[in-house]
Design a protein around this ligand. Sequence first.
Ligand SMILES: *Cc1c(COP(=O)(O)O)cnc(C)c1O
Length: 413
Amino acid sequence: MSLKLPIYLDHAATTPCDPRVVEAMLPFFTETFGNPGSRNHRFGWEAEAGVDAAREQVAQLIGADEKEIVFTSGSTESNNLAIKGAAYLYEKNPAGSGKPRGHIITAIHEHKAVLDPCKRLQKEGFDVTFLEPGRDGIITAEMVEAAMRDDTILVTVMWANNEIGTINEVPRIGALCHRREVIFHTDATQWVGKMPTDVEKDQVDLLSLSGHKMYGPKGVGALYVRRRRPRVRLQALVDGGGQERGFRPGTLNVTGIVGLGKAAQIARAEMDADADRLFRLRKKLEDTITGQLDSTQVNGHRERRLPHITNISFGFVEGESLMMAIKEIACSSGSACTSASLEPSYVLKSLGVGDDLAHSSLRLSLGRWTTEEQIDYTADAIVKSVRKLRLLSPLYDMHKEGIDLSKVQWAQH
Ligand SMILES: *Cc1c(COP(=O)(O)O)cnc(C)c1O
């Protein structure tokens, strides 16, 4: 069989829908199209049965009770509801009192869907601490504990990072928060469905997950909201028909929810085998690249990482040229296009990766249908492209001659 190009290695951005998920969704567009809120006829009941089954499947994936699952449009909404909804309800001082409304702890290399709600709360009178990770990218329970104050109301730390795949100390942070009676939210978008999750054992109070990061459809996700020990309350962010116990009103996205449920069921059954296989493939990819090229580094902690994500920096190549050279491999770079310029990734910067290296970094994320053939092709293409680009680099020549570039006095322009 010949290899089809381009090769998709950007599963941390989104995953394809599993065909079994699509199959489960299809009847809910046509035959079973009812509104689950319609209590008086069979159309409504059948749609509701589909939603109930999905709620059970999502709950089982994370060790929750189905009453603790609130369906949303995805992790961005789940994060907003968790963070703002908890902050408004648990505030210690009212707005305008001259005192901070409450203290929130998060980290500087969280996803924007956590950082932006936190920044909004900061503008509205809450104090926010943005923890800085070490070079390994990990947030530990000790870092969180050192930042805790008497008025801390919420800790929000992601389970696994979307750019580098590093895994924060979630069960230990959960235990700390429970001891201190602080609400603990985790953005588990990259974690759930890939790694075993048990909100009881891991002591999580609020957890965000998203369909399209786990082989389900886009535009659907869930927020887990703990109901006992402690019972977590939230202020809803929109007003309406009272669906989802008032946390998230609006007619349910039945097809999406059914798809998310099916994706959760498949993930629960297959995550161990998927993780083993992807770990071996990623290792082969990393070992080949770092074995054949000098001046490369894998970013983030070497062991505490998701099995399917790698983030590699290549010295002495220009990021944009590298992306151009490997056009047939769909992956992410360490640069984010903002309106005016190419900004180096704030996640890599937070680990102390310099701007140049951050620009010449690639995030390669593998998925359920990634093959060994694709990995071999990718490793080979990257090695060849980097070698070719370095042939054009005077800096690389100097480096090879043993000149310490950090000590070179450059001529003034
Ligand atoms: C993708 C992602 C999100 C956003 O999820 P949506 O469902 O697309 O809104 C939030 N957090 C992390 C860590 C993600 O990877």
